[in-house]
Design a protein. Structure first.
Length: 332
């Protein structure tokens, strides 16, 4: 309990034998009821009132624009499990055609080649989609076309379909604009998005943004002068509370650092008497460092077994090392 968040996160990744760990994070529900990421550089006891009673969820944190950048098969498999969970909980809205196609790749990966009777039995007891009942025939139609695909190939194809979806990698945060209209804010590799429902109504690319900040429950986007000439210098959005606003601001800081910086930002020296503002920063390798690491052939690319087993969920098991059986699907 005296450890920083980084200690727990590194133990989790070591348990999974995960190399490309920076794409992931540990999420938990704060005392105020908000979903927040465990901060690597802050002691756990300063983030969680009673760590023994908190459930930490190992989840994908950064969604690259092209999952083809993921070098290891295990990393792609974990991303696949995240997409699977998002589909099941309705967090990845998409057309019926796309939803059925995604599930068909999951079936190919988990069950192997198409077998109508077995597929129907499986779909009757496993829910991949909230509205799955009337899509069963489409799912079976697509699964029939995937004959011969390996689980690894199915993962890659599923991620290629998912990345083209409008809401891929988007986690909406409720807010309201200056006129009191209910909107959602989100952050992606390209910048900050403003959404009405699931429709993007504005995008502020990182190149347009001069500064992101928050004041109480107000999230502020300051634009560069050449952009602000066409609109206001500062855009203001109200969120539910200061905690919700600060949590979203921190996510933006980390997204900007991971996707835009060439290397991990250095820590600022602590002021001797007093300090103004937050010292929060991103900790870990950036995407550029991860890609360079992979290009140099420095990834271990450890093999892991995908064992099909007869269980309630019939999910694959990952064995990262001979003496460490790990059910990865339960970790995500």
């Amino acid at each position: 309990q005296k450890s920083c968040g980084k200690g727990l996160f590194n133990l989790t990744c070591s348990h999974l034998n995960l190399v490309e760990k920076e794409y992931f994070g540990l999420e938990f529900r704060s005392q105020a009821g908000h979903h927040v990421w465990l901060e690597p550089l802050k002691p756990i006891t300063k983030q969680v009132k009673n760590p023994k009673e908190v459930l930490f969820k190992f989840m994908v944190k950064f969604f690259p624009v092209d999952p083809g950048h993921l070098r290891e098969e295990l990393t792609r498999y974990l991303f696949t499990l995240q997409i699977k969970k998002d589909l099941a909980f309705g967090r990845l809205p998409c057309s019926d055609k796309s939803a059925a196609l995604l599930v068909s790749h999951l079936l190919q990966s988990e069950l192997g080649d198409f077998h109508e009777e077995r597929d129907q039995r499986h779909l009757a007891t496993h829910k991949y989609l909230p509205n799955q009942d009337y899509l069963d025939h489409k799912i079976l139609h697509y699964h029939r076309k995937h004959s011969g695909k390996t689980p690894a190939e199915s993962d890659a194809q599923l991620l290629d379909v998912a990345r083209k979806l409008e809401m891929y990698g988007i986690r909406p945060h409720p807010a309201s604009d200056g006129e009191g209209t209910q909107i959602n804010l989100a952050v992606t590799h390209m910048g900050v998005l403003v959404l009405r429902g699931n429709t993007k109504i504005n995008t502020f690319n990182w190149a347009k943004i001069r500064k992101l900040s928050f004041k109480r429950k107000h999230f502020l986007i300051k634009l560069h002068a050449n952009v602000a000439a066409l609109r206001k210098d500062t855009l203001e959005f109200a969120m539910a509370s200061r905690d919700a606003c600060k949590a979203f601001w921190k996510t933006c800081v980390e997204y900007h650092a991971f996707f835009r910086l060439s290397e991990e930002p250095e820590s600022k020296p602590k002021a001797l008497l007093c300090s103004k503002g937050s010292s929060f920063r991103y900790s870990g390798r950036t995407q550029r460092q991860l890609l360079e690491h992979g290009r140099k052939g420095q990834l271990r690319n450890l093999p892991f077994e995908r064992n099909r087993r007869a269980s309630r969920y019939d999910e694959r098991q990952c064995r990262s090392s001979p003496d460490l059986p790990t059910d990865v699907s339960k970790q995500v």
